[in-house]
Design a binder for this molecule. Sequence first.
Ligand code: PEP
Ligand code: MG
Length: 322
Amino acid sequence: EGQLLHPYISLPSVSADGHHVKIVGNIGTPEDIEAIVTNGGDGVGLFRTEFLYMDRQELPNEEEQFTAYKKVLEKMEGKPTVIRTLDIGGDKELPYLNLANEMNPFLGYRAIRLCLDQQHIFRNQLRSLLRASVYGNLKIMFPMIATLDEFREAKKLLLEEQQKLIDNGIPVSEKMEIGMMVETPSAAIIADLFAKEADFLSIGTNDLIQYTFAADRMNERVSYLYQPYHPAILRLVKMVIDAAHCNGKWVGMCGEMAGDEVAIPILLALGLDEFSMSASSILSARSRIARLSKEKLMPHMESILSLTTAKEVEEYVKNILI
Ligand code: PEP
Ligand code: MG
């Protein structure tokens, strides 16, 4: 398969009927950029910054973070690079923060909730990101947003730090986009309101699926409920894509679902602009999209969205669409 996919490294990400999308990579460390480049990714759709904070005794300082972000942006040579602010808590712990044990860590004090509460941690990261912004095409996104108040507060802190840097004569990029992850059902349901205030939306299906079905993504006993193709998820995804487009914004997906062979034709037909996945999936996704026609897929969406189970959706796609 590697041999057959090789030509796609330098080809654009475009469907058989000429519809262009972006196929980008998820990374966890600056070193992971190598694999995105060698697989011809169109950019980075999700840089999980937790690695900077994990496996150590104290918070990373501003310089350390700045260096990591600058490195990623320079290596991407102007291609869009979405960096997510700290998403700690849930399955990712930081012992040195001495956080209290919680009954439901995935529903608890994590990600943007922690960052808005412990502002010194958040502001430090925002400053590092802003200083790095001049070295590439940076887009910042906030994780686990559930309410507009959270998004507005996070954006306000970002703009405050930006103004302080400008006042001190430190250059920051003027075209940096500020977006958010849609990974809570509340954010998906009011995506139309978010799309008015955010520059872009990125659907985090790993969490969106667990929260929609109320089924812990780490618990094997309830893993049967983890159903990406379920009409409940597809309808939410469609709502988010439509909300973004109605407001002239682009929308990506950075959960595992974005690289999935059954999900890709559906996401293409629904109009997803950016597919973000592990580097090793980029070329197969590009060749898959090259063989699909968005125009021919679109008339099937009404039928697919009214199917009753994930199994029916999977069979429909496998038998009729691919
Ligand atoms: C997601 O929730 O889909 C996502 C991309 O973020 P993470 O897997 O890091 O929670
Ligand atoms: Mg998530």
